[in-house]
Ligand binder design. Structure first.
Ligand code: 3PG
Length: 306
Protein backbone atom coordinates (compact mmCIF):
# COMPACT_ATOMS: atom_id res chain seq x y z
CA UNK A 1 0.00 0.00 0.00
CA UNK A 2 1.07 3.58 -0.65
CA UNK A 3 1.37 5.51 2.63
CA UNK A 4 1.63 9.27 2.27
CA UNK A 5 3.23 11.23 5.11
CA UNK A 6 2.02 14.79 4.50
CA UNK A 7 3.55 17.19 7.00
CA UNK A 8 3.66 20.90 6.43
CA UNK A 9 5.69 20.95 9.67
CA UNK A 10 7.96 17.91 9.16
CA UNK A 11 8.80 15.22 11.66
CA UNK A 12 12.43 14.99 12.80
CA UNK A 13 14.49 12.97 10.29
CA UNK A 14 14.98 10.19 12.84
CA UNK A 15 11.19 9.76 13.05
CA UNK A 16 10.79 9.72 9.26
CA UNK A 17 13.50 7.05 9.01
CA UNK A 18 11.72 4.98 11.64
CA UNK A 19 8.39 5.30 9.84
CA UNK A 20 10.04 4.28 6.57
CA UNK A 21 11.66 1.22 8.15
CA UNK A 22 8.42 0.04 9.73
CA UNK A 23 6.36 0.53 6.57
CA UNK A 24 8.94 -1.05 4.28
CA UNK A 25 9.32 -4.08 6.54
CA UNK A 26 5.55 -4.54 6.38
CA UNK A 27 5.58 -4.34 2.57
CA UNK A 28 4.24 -0.80 2.22
CA UNK A 29 5.67 2.17 0.35
CA UNK A 30 6.35 5.54 2.01
CA UNK A 31 5.66 8.70 0.02
CA UNK A 32 6.84 11.93 1.63
CA UNK A 33 5.34 15.38 1.20
CA UNK A 34 7.09 17.74 3.60
CA UNK A 35 7.08 21.51 4.04
CA UNK A 36 4.47 21.97 1.34
CA UNK A 37 3.21 25.50 0.94
CA UNK A 38 0.20 25.13 -1.37
CA UNK A 39 -2.98 23.14 -0.90
CA UNK A 40 -2.60 22.02 -4.53
CA UNK A 41 0.54 20.04 -3.58
CA UNK A 42 -1.41 18.11 -0.96
CA UNK A 43 -4.35 17.55 -3.32
CA UNK A 44 -1.98 16.09 -5.90
CA UNK A 45 -0.07 13.93 -3.43
CA UNK A 46 -3.18 12.28 -1.97
CA UNK A 47 -4.67 11.14 -5.28
CA UNK A 48 -3.20 7.62 -5.17
CA UNK A 49 -2.50 7.23 -1.44
CA UNK A 50 -4.04 4.24 0.34
CA UNK A 51 -3.17 5.63 3.76
CA UNK A 52 -2.07 8.99 5.06
CA UNK A 53 -0.24 10.26 8.14
CA UNK A 54 -0.65 13.94 9.00
CA UNK A 55 0.04 16.33 11.86
CA UNK A 56 -1.93 19.60 12.05
CA UNK A 57 -2.29 19.43 8.27
CA UNK A 58 -5.85 20.15 7.18
CA UNK A 59 -7.63 17.08 5.86
CA UNK A 60 -10.66 18.97 4.56
CA UNK A 61 -13.57 17.50 2.59
CA UNK A 62 -11.74 18.64 -0.57
CA UNK A 63 -8.60 16.69 0.40
CA UNK A 64 -10.63 13.59 1.33
CA UNK A 65 -12.53 13.88 -1.98
CA UNK A 66 -9.25 14.02 -3.92
CA UNK A 67 -7.91 10.93 -2.11
CA UNK A 68 -9.73 8.37 -4.24
CA UNK A 69 -7.88 5.31 -2.84
CA UNK A 70 -7.71 6.40 0.78
CA UNK A 71 -8.75 3.84 3.39
CA UNK A 72 -7.19 5.23 6.55
CA UNK A 73 -5.91 8.58 7.78
CA UNK A 74 -3.93 8.88 11.01
CA UNK A 75 -3.35 12.14 12.78
CA UNK A 76 0.06 11.63 14.44
CA UNK A 77 -0.95 13.49 17.57
CA UNK A 78 -3.88 14.13 19.85
CA UNK A 79 -6.25 16.73 18.38
CA UNK A 80 -8.11 15.71 15.23
CA UNK A 81 -10.10 18.90 14.72
CA UNK A 82 -8.12 19.29 11.46
CA UNK A 83 -9.78 16.22 9.90
CA UNK A 84 -13.23 16.42 8.29
CA UNK A 85 -14.57 13.32 10.02
CA UNK A 86 -17.93 13.45 8.25
CA UNK A 87 -16.21 13.41 4.87
CA UNK A 88 -14.13 10.42 6.02
CA UNK A 89 -17.14 8.53 7.33
CA UNK A 90 -19.13 9.23 4.17
CA UNK A 91 -16.35 7.59 2.14
CA UNK A 92 -15.81 4.71 4.59
CA UNK A 93 -12.37 6.02 5.51
CA UNK A 94 -11.12 5.21 9.01
CA UNK A 95 -9.72 8.24 10.88
CA UNK A 96 -7.44 7.73 13.89
CA UNK A 97 -5.27 9.72 16.26
CA UNK A 98 -2.34 8.57 18.41
CA UNK A 99 -3.45 9.61 21.91
CA UNK A 100 -0.76 10.25 24.51
CA UNK A 101 2.19 9.84 22.17
CA UNK A 102 3.30 13.49 22.14
CA UNK A 103 1.87 14.52 25.53
CA UNK A 104 5.12 14.78 27.46
CA UNK A 105 6.59 17.25 24.98
CA UNK A 106 3.52 19.48 25.29
CA UNK A 107 3.54 19.24 29.08
CA UNK A 108 7.20 20.26 29.21
CA UNK A 109 6.46 23.29 27.02
CA UNK A 110 3.68 24.36 29.39
CA UNK A 111 6.12 24.37 32.30
CA UNK A 112 8.66 26.27 30.20
CA UNK A 113 6.10 28.91 29.18
CA UNK A 114 5.02 29.31 32.81
CA UNK A 115 8.56 29.97 34.03
CA UNK A 116 9.25 32.23 31.03
CA UNK A 117 6.22 34.37 31.92
CA UNK A 118 7.21 34.45 35.61
CA UNK A 119 10.63 35.81 34.62
CA UNK A 120 9.24 38.57 32.38
CA UNK A 121 10.23 36.67 29.22
CA UNK A 122 13.84 36.74 30.38
CA UNK A 123 14.05 40.51 30.29
CA UNK A 124 15.30 42.71 33.10
CA UNK A 125 13.15 43.25 36.15
CA UNK A 126 12.05 41.26 39.14
CA UNK A 127 10.18 38.07 38.40
CA UNK A 128 8.39 35.43 40.44
CA UNK A 129 9.02 31.83 41.38
CA UNK A 130 6.52 29.07 40.67
CA UNK A 131 7.26 27.09 43.83
CA UNK A 132 4.44 27.52 46.34
CA UNK A 133 2.04 28.87 43.70
CA UNK A 134 -1.04 27.00 42.57
CA UNK A 135 -1.42 25.43 39.14
CA UNK A 136 -4.90 24.80 37.77
CA UNK A 137 -5.43 22.03 35.25
CA UNK A 138 -8.44 22.44 32.97
CA UNK A 139 -9.15 18.91 31.68
CA UNK A 140 -7.33 15.89 33.02
CA UNK A 141 -6.34 13.84 29.98
CA UNK A 142 -2.88 12.66 28.92
CA UNK A 143 -1.34 16.17 28.88
CA UNK A 144 -3.24 17.53 31.88
CA UNK A 145 -2.01 14.64 34.02
CA UNK A 146 1.61 15.17 32.99
CA UNK A 147 1.45 18.93 33.60
CA UNK A 148 -0.06 18.26 37.05
CA UNK A 149 2.74 15.84 37.98
CA UNK A 150 5.49 18.16 36.74
CA UNK A 151 3.98 21.18 38.53
CA UNK A 152 3.77 19.22 41.77
CA UNK A 153 7.36 18.05 41.41
CA UNK A 154 8.37 21.72 41.11
CA UNK A 155 6.77 22.53 44.46
CA UNK A 156 3.42 23.82 43.26
CA UNK A 157 -0.04 23.08 44.64
CA UNK A 158 -2.21 21.57 41.94
CA UNK A 159 -5.96 21.88 41.45
CA UNK A 160 -7.74 19.93 38.75
CA UNK A 161 -11.05 20.39 36.99
CA UNK A 162 -12.21 17.31 35.14
CA UNK A 163 -15.61 16.59 33.64
CA UNK A 164 -14.89 12.86 33.55
CA UNK A 165 -12.91 12.09 36.73
CA UNK A 166 -14.49 12.13 40.19
CA UNK A 167 -13.26 14.38 42.98
CA UNK A 168 -12.19 11.22 44.81
CA UNK A 169 -9.99 10.07 41.92
CA UNK A 170 -8.35 13.48 41.70
CA UNK A 171 -7.71 13.50 45.45
CA UNK A 172 -6.20 10.01 45.21
CA UNK A 173 -3.76 11.36 42.62
CA UNK A 174 -2.70 13.95 45.19
CA UNK A 175 -4.45 17.02 43.79
CA UNK A 176 -7.29 19.31 44.86
CA UNK A 177 -10.46 18.80 42.84
CA UNK A 178 -12.35 21.84 41.56
CA UNK A 179 -16.13 21.45 41.42
CA UNK A 180 -16.41 23.74 38.42
CA UNK A 181 -14.34 26.05 36.22
CA UNK A 182 -15.12 29.14 38.29
CA UNK A 183 -13.64 27.42 41.33
CA UNK A 184 -10.58 26.39 39.32
CA UNK A 185 -9.88 29.84 37.92
CA UNK A 186 -10.50 31.77 41.14
CA UNK A 187 -8.14 29.57 43.13
CA UNK A 188 -5.18 29.18 40.78
CA UNK A 189 -2.27 31.47 39.95
CA UNK A 190 -1.87 29.66 36.63
CA UNK A 191 -4.46 27.78 34.63
CA UNK A 192 -3.24 25.39 31.96
CA UNK A 193 -5.91 24.50 29.41
CA UNK A 194 -6.16 21.01 27.88
CA UNK A 195 -9.53 20.85 26.19
CA UNK A 196 -9.99 19.92 22.52
CA UNK A 197 -11.49 22.28 19.97
CA UNK A 198 -15.10 21.19 19.48
CA UNK A 199 -18.34 23.08 18.73
CA UNK A 200 -18.97 23.10 22.50
CA UNK A 201 -15.53 24.39 23.55
CA UNK A 202 -14.90 26.98 20.82
CA UNK A 203 -14.81 30.47 22.33
CA UNK A 204 -15.63 29.00 25.74
CA UNK A 205 -12.81 30.77 27.60
CA UNK A 206 -13.66 34.44 27.74
CA UNK A 207 -13.89 37.53 29.89
CA UNK A 208 -15.91 36.13 32.78
CA UNK A 209 -13.77 33.05 33.34
CA UNK A 210 -10.40 34.76 32.91
CA UNK A 211 -11.55 37.51 35.27
CA UNK A 212 -11.86 34.86 38.01
CA UNK A 213 -8.06 34.51 38.09
CA UNK A 214 -6.50 36.00 41.22
CA UNK A 215 -4.20 39.05 41.11
CA UNK A 216 -1.19 38.34 38.85
CA UNK A 217 -2.81 35.25 37.28
CA UNK A 218 -1.60 33.71 34.05
CA UNK A 219 -3.50 31.65 31.48
CA UNK A 220 -1.48 29.00 29.63
CA UNK A 221 -2.88 27.66 26.37
CA UNK A 222 -1.20 24.69 24.72
CA UNK A 223 -4.46 23.39 23.27
CA UNK A 224 -6.09 25.33 20.40
CA UNK A 225 -6.52 29.04 19.67
CA UNK A 226 -10.21 28.50 18.85
CA UNK A 227 -11.14 27.74 22.47
CA UNK A 228 -10.39 31.35 23.45
CA UNK A 229 -12.85 34.18 22.83
CA UNK A 230 -10.25 36.56 21.41
CA UNK A 231 -12.28 39.79 21.62
CA UNK A 232 -12.95 39.08 25.29
CA UNK A 233 -9.30 38.16 25.89
CA UNK A 234 -8.24 41.58 24.57
CA UNK A 235 -10.83 43.25 26.80
CA UNK A 236 -9.90 41.44 30.02
CA UNK A 237 -6.17 42.01 29.50
CA UNK A 238 -7.00 45.70 29.06
CA UNK A 239 -9.19 45.81 32.17
CA UNK A 240 -6.81 43.72 34.32
CA UNK A 241 -3.19 44.92 33.88
CA UNK A 242 -2.07 42.21 36.33
CA UNK A 243 -3.02 39.27 34.09
CA UNK A 244 -0.84 37.41 31.58
CA UNK A 245 -1.47 35.07 28.64
CA UNK A 246 0.97 32.58 27.14
CA UNK A 247 0.06 30.33 24.25
CA UNK A 248 1.57 27.77 21.90
CA UNK A 249 -0.88 28.80 19.20
CA UNK A 250 -0.82 32.47 18.29
CA UNK A 251 -4.28 33.98 18.31
CA UNK A 252 -5.49 35.87 15.24
CA UNK A 253 -5.28 39.05 17.36
CA UNK A 254 -1.63 38.48 18.39
CA UNK A 255 -0.39 41.73 16.84
CA UNK A 256 -2.98 43.70 18.76
CA UNK A 257 -2.13 41.83 21.97
CA UNK A 258 1.59 42.49 21.59
CA UNK A 259 1.14 46.15 20.75
CA UNK A 260 -1.23 46.72 23.66
CA UNK A 261 0.21 44.43 26.34
CA UNK A 262 3.89 43.86 25.48
CA UNK A 263 5.50 41.05 27.43
CA UNK A 264 2.36 40.27 29.40
CA UNK A 265 1.54 38.11 26.38
CA UNK A 266 3.59 35.46 24.62
CA UNK A 267 3.01 33.13 21.68
CA UNK A 268 5.45 30.64 20.19
CA UNK A 269 6.32 31.57 16.58
CA UNK A 270 4.89 28.26 15.36
CA UNK A 271 3.04 25.58 17.33
CA UNK A 272 5.93 23.72 18.94
CA UNK A 273 4.47 21.78 21.88
CA UNK A 274 4.91 18.45 20.11
CA UNK A 275 8.03 19.50 18.22
CA UNK A 276 10.62 17.27 19.87
CA UNK A 277 12.45 14.31 18.35
CA UNK A 278 10.98 12.09 21.08
CA UNK A 279 7.38 13.17 20.41
CA UNK A 280 7.89 12.88 16.65
CA UNK A 281 9.25 9.35 17.07
CA UNK A 282 6.49 8.31 19.47
CA UNK A 283 3.61 9.75 17.45
CA UNK A 284 5.03 9.05 13.97
CA UNK A 285 5.90 5.43 14.69
CA UNK A 286 2.60 4.85 16.48
CA UNK A 287 0.80 6.17 13.38
CA UNK A 288 2.80 3.84 11.12
CA UNK A 289 2.12 0.85 13.41
CA UNK A 290 -1.60 1.64 13.49
CA UNK A 291 -1.70 1.70 9.67
CA UNK A 292 0.24 -1.56 9.41
CA UNK A 293 -2.05 -3.25 11.89
CA UNK A 294 -5.17 -1.85 10.16
CA UNK A 295 -4.12 -3.36 6.84
CA UNK A 296 -2.83 -6.60 8.41
CA UNK A 297 -5.71 -7.45 10.72
CA UNK A 298 -8.34 -4.71 10.50
CA UNK A 299 -7.41 -3.19 13.88
CA UNK A 300 -9.35 0.06 14.47
CA UNK A 301 -8.46 0.60 18.14
CA UNK A 302 -7.81 4.32 17.83
CA UNK A 303 -10.57 5.15 15.36
CA UNK A 304 -12.21 8.52 16.11
CA UNK A 305 -14.99 8.52 13.51
CA UNK A 306 -17.07 5.56 14.66
C1 3PG B 1 -1.65 17.59 18.86
O1 3PG B 1 -2.86 17.79 18.72
O2 3PG B 1 -1.16 16.45 18.89
C2 3PG B 1 -0.73 18.75 19.08
O3 3PG B 1 -1.40 19.95 18.96
C3 3PG B 1 0.52 18.71 18.19
O4 3PG B 1 0.29 19.15 16.89
P1 3PG B 1 1.46 19.10 15.78
O5 3PG B 1 1.65 17.69 15.41
O6 3PG B 1 0.95 19.93 14.65
O7 3PG B 1 2.68 19.69 16.38
Amino acid sequence: MKVLVATEKPFAAVAVNGIRELLTAAGHELVLLEKYTEKAQLLEAVTDADAMIIRSDKATAEVIEAARNLKIIVRAGAGYDNIDLEACTARGIVAMNTPGQNSNAVAELVIAMMIYMCRNQFTAGTGHEISGKRMGIQAYGHIGKLVAAKAKALGMDVMVYSSSRSAEEIRQDGYLPAANLKELYENCDFVSVHIPSTPETRGSIGYELINELPMGGCLLNSARKEIINEAELVKILGDRPDLKYATDIAPDCMEELTSKFGNRVFATPKKMGAQTAEANINAGLAAARQIISFFADGCTQFQVNR
